[in-house]
Design a protein around this ligand. Structure first.
Ligand code: NAI
Ligand code: MG
Length: 325
């Protein structure tokens, strides 16, 4: 069977980092690709940032490779994550030999709740000067995140989950989140360490090596993953997987980087590593590992893009990964 992969370059550097990632996938697997549009550019042309054709391609494909979109991101990636019921966003952050990292001992994964929290889309402007937002936390979403986290801990040989929350202030919503995650973990025989999310930011900045798996509400997971990116060498290195059910969407943690778009210098490795996660999701474990090894080799010996202190282009780095495969 040839798996079908929906491909959404999106906006800005999405168009620069996705093609090398496809060349890498082509070097190790035989997929069929369906490229579709989403984001600011297609909205400007047609009025719709998420055309039906794109939505259908994602819900029909075995997996999706997503670059990045711009200001329309909330209208694109959030509905797509829901469309495939990808209830967790897996965001590993680790350092690599050869990369100058603020915290060289970092090796952790953020499991971000992907469907609710303050990203549930329930915002209102009540009057000209007053706005509100409803924060949604359900027991069912917290439970399935916790089950996923326990599975993840078991397969990766980790015996404790760090549960990120702010239940001292958001007593009802994060109270439910924290309690539910801890209950599930207790039933599964996995230890938990609850940490307040503001303190978590400091602990991560100072002692990231003490953490393995962080189970986070949606916004906290989003913020802490960019913080983790800062510890390991920048957003050019952080991949992510929107998973949990049958289909997955794989995307770099970064956005469409308008400040460098069009220059051909974006780091493609976050997207290439997202491709490795896609391969593993589809059970191509050896191919996924081969891609990781090739990325590691390139990071150690070069070439590197300017965000990592080099002067190589996006395509040169992508081609160097392909050459190693
Ligand atoms: P960003 O992630 O696009 O960029 C932040 C900084 O990191 C910039 O200085 C950028 O040049 C750098 N950077 C990001 N990716 C890089 C790469 N691959 N190589 C080298 N440097 C890289 O975040 P920003 O600037 O806050 O947002 C820009 C746009 O992207 C906004 O419209 C935002 O809504 C959107 N966005 C979309 C996301 C998505 O599609 N899932 C996620 C985050 C932001
Ligand atoms: Mg983000």
């Amino acid at each position: 069977m040839t798996e079908q992969i929906a491909v959404i370059p999106g906006d800005g550097i999405g168009h620069e980092v996705v093609p090398p990632a496809i060349r890498v996938l082509d070097a190790v697997a035989d997929f069929e690709y369906v490229e579709v549009e989403a984001g600011d550019a297609v909205k400007a042309r047609t009025g719709d940032p998420l055309p039906d054709e794109t939505y259908d391609a994602v819900t029909e494909a075995d997996a999706t490779l997503f670059g990045a979109t711009g200001d329309t991101s909330a209208d694109v990636i959030i509905p797509l994550r829901r469309a495939v019921d990808a209830f967790v966003n897996v965001r590993p952050a680790r350092t690599y030999p050869g990369v100058d990292a603020v915290q060289p001992e970092t090796d952790l994964v953020i499991l971000r709740e992907n469907t609710e929290g303050v990203y549930a889309g329930m915002e209102n402007r009540l009057t000209d000067g007053v706005s509100t937002l409803t924060r949604l936390v359900t027991k069912s979403a917290s439970e399935r995140l916790a089950e996923f986290a326990c599975d993840y801990a078991e397969t990766s040989g980790v015996d404790e989950l760090t549960v990120v929350h702010k239940s001292n202030v958001m007593r009802v919503t994060d109270g439910l989140f924290k309690e539910t995650v801890q209950d599930v973990a207790e039933q599964r025989g996995v230890d938990t360490d609850p940490v307040l999310m503001d303190a978590m930011a400091m602990f991560l900045a100072m002692n990231p090596e003490e953490y393995d798996v962080l189970v986070c509400p949606n916004l906290a997971g989003d913020m802490l993953s960019d913080l983790a990116a800062g510890l390991v060498g920048g957003l050019g290195l952080l991949p992510s997987a929107n998973v949990g059910s049958e289909r997955g969407i794989f995307e770099p943690v970064h956005g469409c980087a308008p400040d460098i778009a069009g220059e051909g210098v974006a780091n493609p490795l976050a997207t290439i590593l997202s491709g490795a996660m896609l391969l593993e999701f589809l059970d191509y474990d050896d191919a996924g590992q081969a891609v990781r090894d090739a990325v590691e080799g390139v990071l150690s010996d070069g070439p590197r893009t300017p965000d990592l202190g080099g002067d190589a282009t996006t395509d040169e780095v992508g081609d160097a990964v392909v050459d190693r495969l």
